[in-house]
Structures are given as structure tokens and as C-alpha cells.
Design a protein around this ligand. Structure first.
Ligand code: ITT
Length: 191
């Protein structure tokens, strides 16, 4: 089976491709000549994932999936959540990370969770797959790998941030890898 991955985030694409291997073929938005800024206006990961996959299915008719994801910080009432990509009002991750560190400055509770919801559309049917990983937010950036909030996030049971891990190490435990593994298993058993 061939699926369009409705994302403009090349880091997501790389991570998902590594998990999927040759289990199914991923087409990118570039492959289908889509340069649209896909709307994303929901207030849950599920609503946004559904909106993104629905946009591509509705406009092009391709079977596809979309990933909506973000960081939920316990002491901040699960902020930034669906606003993770634009927490500071811009997509500048330096600013987003600075704002998060600033808002957490007085908090000793550093618990957080990454969450991914994938929406899969095959014809008119839609399926959801979720992955989460618990961990803690550091007091400063550590590591150069990964993307987004990875330099701040140390998964539970580990002593290094996602940004200090190799892609393979992150992919063995990440929220996205968990959700994608469920998607791949669903495709394997259903199609
Ligand atoms: P698409 O909508 O085009 O897929 P996006 O980057 O806008 O790409 P989201 O709307 O799902 O994606 O926003 C997710 C944001 O949450 C992302 O920009 C990162 O800042 C953060 N994020 C998600 N997954 C992450 C991960 O594995 N590691 C670090 N940060 C992550």
C-alpha cells in the first residue's frame, strides 16, 4: 500500500520513514506537488490530525495519514499541547523553548509527556493511532539531535535527552514511533 504523509515537517518524515522501513511506501507532499499551508485549527491532537489528513484526502483523493503531536507539561496544565509548534506566537523553536523554560522557572515539578496522534484515511474510512512517552523537562538545552523540544526532554528511565540520543535510540521509545508502529501493524493485518 502507498500512503501520502501529510506533513511539512521533514524531521517527522525522517523518523516515520525509519520506523516504517519497507512495510509500506510513503509519498511526501512534494511527491504530489502540494505546497499548501494545510489548515490546523483544532483544539485537540486528534482534531488537528484529522483536519490535516482530511485536507489531503478531500483535495487530492489520496489515501494518507497525518501526525499531530506536541509536548504536555504537567505543571503548566498540559501546555503547550496543540500549540507546541507556535507556543511563543512564532514557529521559532529558540523562542518556544525559551518561553517554556521561563514559564517553568519557578516549578520543581518537571513532569511532561510527548503525545502523537495519527489519523489514517483509506477511502472514506478514518482510523486513529496514539503514542505517548513520559519524561521530564530540563533546566537548559542538552544535545544537538532531534528537533523541536528534544533538547529539553529526558524520557523516563533514561539519563539523556532525546536530542542527545541517536535517531535509532529515540525511535526505539518515542511517542511517534509508538503511534507509527500501531499504524504499521494495522496496515499489516488489514490490507
Ligand atoms: P506538520 O503539521 O506539517 O506535520 P508541525 O511541525 O507543524 O508539522 P505539529 O503541528 O504536530 O507539527 O506540531 C508539533 C510540534 O510539537 C513540533 O513543531 C515540535 O515543536 C513539537 N514536537 C512534536 N514531536 C516532537 C518530537 O518528537 N520531539 C520534539 N518536539 C516535538
Amino acid at each position: 500500500i502507498e500512503l501520502v504523509f501529510a506533513t511539512n515537517n521533514l524531521h517527522k518524515l525522517e523518523e516515520v520513514q525509519a520506523v516504517v522501513g519497507n512495510r509500506f511506501r510513503i509519498l511526501t507532499l512534494a511527491d504530489i506537488d502540494c505546497a499548501d499551508d494545510i489548515p490546523e485549527t483544532g483544539d485537540t491532537f486528534q482534531a488537528n490530525a484529522s483536519q490535516k489528513s482530511g485536507y489531503i484526502y478531500g483535495k487530492y483523493g489520496y489515501n494518507c495519514f497525518a501526525d499531530d503531536s506536541g509536548l504536555e507539561v504537567q505543571a503548566l496544565d498540559n501546555e503547550p499541547g496543540v500549540y507546541s509548534a507556535r507556543y511563543s506566537g512564532t514557529r521559532d523553536m529558540e523562542k518556544n523553548i525559551d518561553l517554556l523554560l521561563q514559564r517553568l522557572a519557578d516549578h520543581t515539578d518537571r513532569h511532561a509527556r510527548f503525545r502523537t496522534v495519527i489519523s489514517l484515511r483509506i477511502g472514506e474510512a478514518e482510523y486513529f493511532f496514539e503514542g505517548t512517552v513520559d519524561g521530564k523537562i530540563g533546566f537548559e538545552r542538552q544535545g544537538e539531535g532531534g528537533f523541536g523540544y528534544d533538547p529539553l526532554f529526558t524520557p523516563r528511565g533514561h539519563s539523556r535527552t532525546f536530542a542527545q540520543m541517536s535517531g535509532a535510540e529515540k525511535n526505539a521509545i518515542s511517542h511517534r514511533a509508538i503511534a507509527v508502529a500501531k499504524l504499521a501493524e494495522f496496515l499489516r493485518t488489514t490490507y
